[in-house]
Design a protein around this ligand. Structure first.
Ligand SMILES: NC(=O)c1ccc[n+]([C@@H]2O[C@H](COP(=O)([O-])OP(=O)(O)OC[C@H]3O[C@@H](n4cnc5c(N)ncnc54)[C@H](O)[C@@H]3O)[C@@H](O)[C@H]2O)c1
Ligand SMILES: O=P(O)(O)OC[C@H](O)CO
Length: 317
């Protein structure tokens, strides 16, 4: 996102937790490990060590870590006076037995309630954003100042940023699409055909919307960029790590092998159980997500997954 912010005329401080990786990026003026071949813009500065001096100077702080690291980062940033936005797309794993896992804004409310914060989401493979290919995103927060800061920082000739106040809807879309992309990868890996893929995406959108509305989201959010848009991208785009997990499971790899071979996080693997757990608590039917959880937990074999979905009782659409 650092490269994306630059055309709007901002200086970006990119913090890396690994000092050697930070030095390698300073030397190469690119992130060879993750986005090789994309030169950093001149006003991007790579930093490491204590991040707080940079936070104190910032007009906007972006947290670009997997969901599993978000709690720790929001605790660290709790006193920031600048708005904070996260890119993480997932539900947190339960932190104690008997407690449901949380959405990102719920984690924020628990550990940094005074922070002006929100989520930056939508269909956006990092590689295409870095190449400055056209991308449209959603900035969602209950604080208008946060969405406004994201629009000011990122809206440009190649990135369109739409503001939303429906943070629940945007976060549910971002988390559930990853689970559904695992299912779609599996479907394509098993060569079940285009009819099956369209059915999974459409019924997946229905279950995403059901869960979101039960959690208090607005239905229309799921027809937007962070819902349908990101679901279509992740379920069908071969740059997706979540889709890749499904494809690899279909080839007979174990979950551990599939996750190891990615080298990046596939959030659906970690969010699926929480998504399913929250749906169960609310009495929301999510048969595709339920099937993915059963596969990931090893309770269902790949070869049984399709039968599991197809043999459900008939019902109205
Ligand atoms: N890559 C994409 O195309 C993309 C696009 C939009 C949103 N996202 C979301 O953004 C989040 C991050 O995705 P990614 O692709 O950058 O993941 P990634 O697996 O590449 O990890 C991103 C970085 O976070 C670092 N990290 C991990 N734990 C950390 C911690 N505790 N503190 C600091 N840094 C830590 C990793 O070392 C890595 O450099 C995910 O939730 C993902 O769903 C990714
Ligand atoms: O590679 P994935 O599956 O994590 O998807 C990346 C982005 O979330 C797409 O918007």
């Amino acid at each position: 996102m650092g490269a994306a912010a630059h055309p709007a005329g901002h200086t970006v401080q990119l913090w890396a937790r690994d000092a050697a990786q930070a030095q390698a990026m300073r030397t190469a003026r690119e992130n060879t490990r993750y986005l090789g071949g994309i030169a950093f813009p001149p006003r991007l500065v790579v930093i490491d060590g204590d991040v707080m001096p940079a936070v104190a100077q910032a007009d906007l702080v972006i947290v670009a870590t997997p969901m599993a690291a978000l709690r720790e980062w929001l605790q660290r940033l709790a006193q920031s006076t600048a708005p904070v936005a996260w890119l993480s797309k997932g539900f947190e794993a339960a932190t104690a037995p008997g407690l449901p896992g949380l959405m990102a804004h719920e984690v924020c409310a628990a550990v940094a309630p005074q922070l002006r914060a929100g989520v930056f989401s939508g269909p956006s493979f990092a590689l295409e954003v870095a190449r400055q290919q056209p991308t449209a995103l959603v900035a969602a927060s209950s604080h208008a100042a946060v969405s406004e800061a994201l629009v000011a920082a990122f809206h440009s000739s190649h990135v369109r940023v739409y503001a939303s106040s429906d943070i629940v809807g945007v976060e549910v879309g971002g988390a559930v699409k990853n689970v559904l992309a695992i299912a779609t990868g599996l479907c394509d890996g098993l060569q079940l055909g285009l009819n099956a893929r369209a059915a999974l995406i459409t019924r997946g959108l229905a279950e995403m919307t059901r869960l979101g509305m039960a959690l208090g989201a607005q239905g229309k959010t799921f027809m937007g960029l962070s819902g349908l848009g990101d679901l279509v991208l992740t379920a069908t785009g071969d740059l997706s790590r979540n889709r890749k997990v499904g494809l690899l499971l279909a080839q007979g790899q174990t979950l551990d092998q599939a996750v190891q071979s990615l080298g990046h996080v596939a959030e659906g693997v970690y969010s699926a159980r929480t998504v399913w757990q929250r749906a169960q608590l609310l009495g929301v039917e999510m048969p595709i997500s339920e099937t993915v959880v059963a596969l990931l937990d090893g309770r269902l074999h790949v070869s049984e997954a399709v039968r599991h979905l197809m043999e459900r009782d008939p019902k109205g659409e």
